[in-house]
Design a protein around this ligand. Structure first.
Ligand SMILES: NC(=O)c1ccc[n+]([C@@H]2O[C@H](COP(=O)([O-])OP(=O)(O)OC[C@H]3O[C@@H](n4cnc5c(N)ncnc54)[C@H](OP(=O)(O)O)[C@@H]3O)[C@@H](O)[C@H]2O)c1
Length: 396
């Protein structure tokens, strides 16, 4: 167990993001338990330098090669011994390195898949926030983890809740259904027609969570919940028809497991990602995460409602992709990443996001997900097709 003599050595991939900063907050509370081996960002060098100054990692990585010189010079100016590295390959190397035992996968998007799989192959404790890598390559990732004794600790709050509520022996014994809760996002209760002109700022104004912009848009389309359904299928080994989504606007019940004897176990807490991160970092122990205790009397009530699949078709598309299997989830994920980027840049309207995903899925043949190479090729092809479809719609 981690303690003063053998702290866990952490590689935090995506350190400058929303999950990254929550992870740093938990880690900073327990300097005797955790030592920072490596941190990474894509290109935001000033933010990464500030993290290096505070946490003194051995290695800092920018995946964007053109940011390397400013990282290297910045570390020198700060008088830090931290080694600068760059490129996607450096992420994979650090994820597989023997110099750390715990990898926090907090990169956004399919860009995180190679390092996530590398960490699983190296048998690490893998704190998995990067849900896109599970959607893209879930079967490959789970096989790599099981063959190499990697322990995947889900960081997504819903999957972390399910992990905590599943049978302690790691089986699925007696489990009837998984119930994933969804906040409903900033547009809950709105009709499809009323969403035609919503802006990126409105879509990113989540009622309960402060998150990166991509996942915020995913929450607004409910595609995030769809990605989570696929993620739950891989992490917990249940088919699509035993995974249900219920909207719970307070975001306090993070998800539930329904057992055949009628028991339903739930995990509750304030909506703050530090709980899931602290759980994954310290498991099987429990440590302070800085999250305030839950005040049920102040909350007063919990509400539940079914998701509105007319206004938010993204969730249905994800269920369809999961049922279709093979490369379908990879195509769905890639098309969504292209669509969300176009929406955030003001090029595609909000309702165009599920439309583009549906059109890309219709345009591309689904193949068996034989290995990571096939899945990555399918991801690339879906991005190309989605870009082409955008251009046909007159969107550059
Ligand atoms: N935020 C949440 O509360 C939350 C909850 C559950 C799950 N998740 C999942 O956790 C992941 C991270 O989400 P987030 O909200 O923390 O995202 P975010 O705030 O946008 O941060 C993304 C991080 O990844 C880095 N990055 C972006 N593109 C990259 C690329 N192409 N290659 C390498 N690194 C890249 C960013 O570096 P730069 O800063 O240099 O751009 C940043 O460090 C996502 O998969 C999300 O779905 C997030």
């Amino acid at each position: 167990m981690a303690g003063p003599l053998n702290p866990r050595r952490i590689a935090l991939l995506g350190a400058t993001g929303s999950i990254g900063s929550s992870a740093l907050d938990v880690i900073a509370r327990h300097p005797d338990r955790f030592a920072m081996h490596a941190v990474s960002a894509r290109s935001r060098v000033p933010e990464l330098l500030a993290i290096c100054d505070r946490f003194r990692p051995d290695v800092a990585i920018v995946s964007d090669e053109s940011s390397y010189a400013s990282l290297r010079d910045g570390l020198k100016d700060l008088g830090l011994p931290t080694e600068a590295r760059s490129g996607a390959g450096a992420l994979d190397e650090i994820a597989a390195s023997d110099d750390n035992d715990t990898v926090i996968a907090a990169i956004v998007g399919a860009a995180g898949v190679a390092s996530t799989v590398a960490a699983a192959r190296a048998g690490k404790r893998l704190l998995l926030a990067n849900k896109e890598s599970v959607v893209l390559a879930g079967a490959v990732l789970m096989r790599a983890a099981s063959a190499n004794n990697a322990r995947i600790m889900p960081v997504d709050s819903e999957h972390n809740a399910i992990y905590q509520c599943m049978p302690g022996d790691g089986s699925r014994e007696g489990v009837r259904r998984l119930l994933l809760t969804a906040s409903g996002g900033p547009f809950r209760g709105r009709s499809r027609a009323s969403l035609a002109n919503v802006t990126a700022e409105e879509a990113c104004a989540h009622p309960n969570w402060v998150m990166g912009r991509k996942i915020s848009v995913d929450s607004a389309t409910l595609l995030n919940k769809g990605l989570e359904v696929i993620e739950a299928h891989h992490l917990f080994g249940l088919p699509a028809d035993r995974i249900e989504v219920v909207v719970h606007p307070q975001s306090v019940i993070h998800s539930l497991v329904d057992y055949v004897d009628g028991s339903v176990l739930a995990q509750l807490g304030n909506p703050d990602m530090r709980t899931a991160l602290a759980y994954g970092l310290a498991w099987p122990e429990r440590i302070d995460s800085g999250v305030a205790p839950l005040d049920l009397a102040a909350l007063a009530r919990f509400d539940f409602e079914p998701p509105d699949l007319q206004a938010f078709p993204g969730l249905g598309l994800a269920f369809d992709a999961l049922r279709a299997g093979g490369t379908a989830p990879a195509i769905l994920n890639a098309a969504n990443e292209v669509a969300v980027a176009a929406f955030l840049e003001g090029r595609l309207p909000f309702l165009g996001i599920p439309d583009l995903i549906e059109a890309t899925l219709a345009a591309q043949a689904i193949e068996p997900a034989a290995d990571l190479g096939v899945l990555l090729a399918s991801d690339r092809e879906a991005r190309r097709r989605a870009g082409e479809l955008l251009r046909k719609m007159g969107i550059q």
